[in-house]
Design a protein around this ligand. Structure first.
Ligand code: CU
Ligand code: CU
Length: 383
C-alpha cells in the first residue's frame, strides 16, 4: 500500500526531532491519506462484493451456485458406478444375500428376534457404507416368513448408538405402542397376528425415517396365505429393492448418508437385496419348465421399482401383493411402490439368462439388476 513507507518514517520516530510543526502537518496529511486509502479500500471491497454477487447471480442462472453461500443449493456430487480397479474380482468374491425364501416356523407362534447393530457393509464391489443393520448382517434385514394366522412375537434389541424402532406393514396394531422407539441397550417385544397374507416391508420408523431407511433399516416379511393357498411353485425368491445415497465413494473409507441427495432423490446406487448387481455375478437359478415366484418389496426409502423379467412375461402377477385376490395374467412390468410389495410367477421353458430389472432404466445402470439362470447355461450377462 502507498501509505506504508510514510507511516513507518513518521510514526516510529516522532520524538527524535524538534521540528514539531512539520510533523503535525505531516500527521494531518497522513491522517487524510489514511482516510483516502481507507475509503478506496472500502470502495474496492464493495466493488469486489458486487462482482461476487454478479458472479453468483450468473452462476445461479447456469445452475452452478457458489459453494460458500449457505442459502444456495450445493451441487450434488455423484459416486454412481465408482468402484476400485479390482471390482470384478471383488464382485465374484462377494457372498450374495440369500434370496431363497426361508421356511416358516411350525406352530401358532412365530418368534422373531432382531438385534440392531451399527456396522460397515459393502453395497457394491469395494464400496463400503456405514449402516444401521437389522439382524447384524447388513441390509436388508433377514427375510421373515410366517404363515397366515400365526402370531408374530417380535423382539427388537437395540445394539446401536441411538434410538430405533420397527414398523411392520403386515400388522394391524397401534403404532404409537408397538412401533415405539427403543433406547440403546434396551429390548422391546410386541405381538401381532399375521392375518393378512402377502409380502410386506418392515423398517425402522424412528425420525427422520428417511435417514433410518436410507441407512439400511428395512426388510421383507412374507405371510404365506393359508385360507386360500397360492398355486404351488418350484422356487421362491425374495427381492428387496432399495437405493443408497453416499457422501463419498466409500472406497478408502466407508461412506455414510448424504441427506441432500436423499431429499433430491439422486441415489448413487440402487440394488436388489442391498448390493449392486450381485445376482448378475451370482445368478438365481431354475430348471427349464419350473415356475419361479418372486416376492418383491420396494424399500425405497423413496423410489419405486418397475419389476420386469427380460425375455418372458409374468404368468401370474399379484400387484400390491394382493395374494388373497385374483392374479393378473400375462403382464410385462408391474410397479412395486416404495413401501409396497408384489408377487410374480414366471414359468420359463427355454434355457438362458433372463435379467430381472427395475425397468426404470436408470436403476439398471445404478445396480438394480440380476439374472435368473434357467438351465445349465454358461456365463453371465448384463442387460
Ligand atoms: Cu432406526
Ligand atoms: Cu412404513
Amino acid at each position: 500500500m502507498a501509505s506504508h513507507p510514510a507511516s513507518h518514517s513518521h510514526y516510529h520516530h516522532p520524538v527524535e526531532t524538534d521540528s514539531g510543526a512539520f510533523f503535525k502537518i505531516a500527521a494531518i496529511l497522513l491522517g487524510f491519506l489514511v482516510g483516502i486509502v481507507g475509503f478506496v479500500a472500502v470502495m474496492l471491497w464493495a466493488d469486489a462484493r458486487g462482482a461476487r454477487d454478479d458472479a453468483q447471480a450468473a452462476s445461479q442462472a447456469v445452475g452452478t451456485p457458489a459453494a460458500h453461500e449457505h442459502n444456495v443449493a450445493q451441487p450434488l456430487n455423484s459416486f454412481a458406478g465408482v468402484t476400485p480397479a479390482n471390482a470384478q474380482a471383488l464382485a465374484e468374491a462377494h457372498k450374495p444375500y440369500d434370496a431363497t425364501l426361508p421356511a416358516a416356523p411350525a406352530g401358532s407362534l412365530a418368534k422373531v428376534h432382531l438385534t440392531l447393530k451399527d456396522m460397515t457393509v459393502q453395497i457394491a464391489p469395494g464400496v463400503k457404507y456405514s449402516t444401521w443393520s437389522f439382524g447384524g448382517h447388513g441390509a436388508p434385514g433377514p427375510v421373515i416368513h410366517v404363515r397366515q394366522g400365526q402370531t408374530v412375537q417380535m423382539t427388537l434389541t437395540n445394539g446401536g448408538a441411538i434410538p430405533h424402532s420397527i414398523d411392520f406393514h403386515a400388522a394391524r396394531i397401534a403404532p404409537d405402542k408397538a412401533f415405539r422407539d427403543v433406547a440403546p441397550g434396551k429390548s422391546f417385544t410386541f405381538s401381532f397376528k399375521a392375518n393378512d397374507p402377502g409380502v410386506y416391508m418392515y423398517h425402522c420408523g424412528t425420525k427422520p425415517v428417511l435417514a433410518h431407511i436410507a441407512n439400511g433399516m428395512y426388510g421383507a416379511i412374507v405371510v404365506t396365505p393359508t385360507a386360500k393357498p397360492l398355486p404351488k411353485v418350484d422356487k421362491d425368491y425374495v427381492l428387496v429393492a432399495s437405493e443408497w445415497y453416499l457422501n463419498g465413494d466409500g472406497i478408502k473409507q466407508p461412506a455414510s448418508l448424504d441427506m441432500n441427495k436423499a431429499h433430491a432423490m439422486e441415489p448413487d446406487w440402487t440394488t436388489f437385496n442391498g448390493y449392486a448387481n450381485q445376482y448378475v455375478t451370482h445368478p438365481l437359478t431354475a430348471k427349464p419348465g419350473q415356475t419361479v415366484r418372486f416376492w418383491v418389496v420396494a424399500a425405497g426409502p423413496t423410489l419405486d421399482t418397475n419389476f420386469h423379467v427380460v425375455g418372458t412375461i409374468f404368468d401370474r402377477a399379484w400387484p400390491n401383493a394382493n395374494v388373497s385376490g385374483t392374479p393378473q395374467h400375462d403382464v410385462q412390468t408391474v410397479l412395486v411402490p416404495a413401501g409396497g410389495g408384489g408377487v410374480f410367477d414366471v414359468k420359463i421353458d427355454e434355457p438362458g439368462l433372463y435379467p430381472f430389472v427395475s425397468h426404470a432404466f436408470a436403476h439398471v445402470d445404478l445396480g438394480q439388476v440380476g439374472l435368473l439362470k434357467v438351465g445349465d447355461v454358461k456365463g453371465t450377462m448384463s442387460h
